[in-house]
Design a protein around this ligand. Structure first.
Ligand SMILES: NC(=O)c1ccc[n+]([C@@H]2O[C@H](COP(=O)([O-])OP(=O)(O)OC[C@H]3O[C@@H](n4cnc5c(N)ncnc54)[C@H](OP(=O)(O)O)[C@@H]3O)[C@@H](O)[C@H]2O)c1
Length: 169
């Protein structure tokens, strides 16, 4: 999982583990312990080791940080493996179009709210195998500050916004 410590990755690592995957994750060194605590078996500092230098092949590469090229990462994907990106780019679109003639598959994924999945996530949140890590909480009146912090990057998990009598995550 490339980019495992932020808003998407911190959930994705936990969900992958709950679904039985073993996870190798990238993030900056300061967040390594945090990502390990979410369940990643191996954590790689992307500033020291390029994902493309990994020796082991993966069945799925989930490019949360959306900065990898599908065509370059094919060599660290198992045959039949899947590259998933969250941002459309020329390489992702080309990979998607060429999927029928390549062994490895490339998918662009947009989050969809599926009733059955949301119920499963709600159950995991209630029963606690899934946690929502919140790095910092802001009042609604300081939402601009929260967005600035998100834009600067480096947030571990989520930023929560407190409204009058509850929180929005
Ligand atoms: N398609 C969709 O439906 C959908 C939905 C939600 C979000 N998104 C997109 O998904 C992306 C991630 O969102 P997010 O909220 O998780 O962002 P985020 O909280 O900023 O997290 C970014 C992650 O990428 C890591 N990272 C930064 N530079 C990197 C690099 N050069 N190589 C590898 N990892 C790097 C960060 O690690 P450090 O912080 O440790 O540096 C962090 O783990 C965004 O582009 C967002 O727009 C798409």
């Amino acid at each position: 999982m490339n980019g495992a410590s932020g808003g998407v990755g911190s959930y994705a690592v936990q969900l992958a583990r709950l679904l039985g995957a073993s996870v190798t994750a990238t993030c900056s060194a300061g967040s390594a312990e945090f990502v390990q605590s979410l369940g990643a078996e191996e954590v790689i500092d992307y500033r020291r080791t390029a994902v493309l230098e990994l020796q082991e092949r993966s069945s799925i590469i989930f490019d949360v940080a959306s900065n990898l090229s599908f065509f370059k990462t094919r060599r660290i994907l198992e045959a039949g493996g899947r590259f998933i990106s969250l941002l459309p780019s020329a390489t992702v679109i080309a990979g998607f179009l060429l999927a029928p003639v390549l062994k490895e598959k490339c998918t662009f994924y947009i989050v969809k709210s599926v009733d059955r999945d949301l119920k499963q996530v709600a159950q995991w949140l209630e029963e606690k195998p899934l946690e929502t890590p919140i790095e910092i909480t802001y009042r609604l009146s300081n939402v601009a500050q929260a967005i600035n912090q998100l834009e600067r990057g480096g947030v571990r998990g989520k930023i929560a916004i407190v409204v009058s009598n509850g929180t929005i995550k």
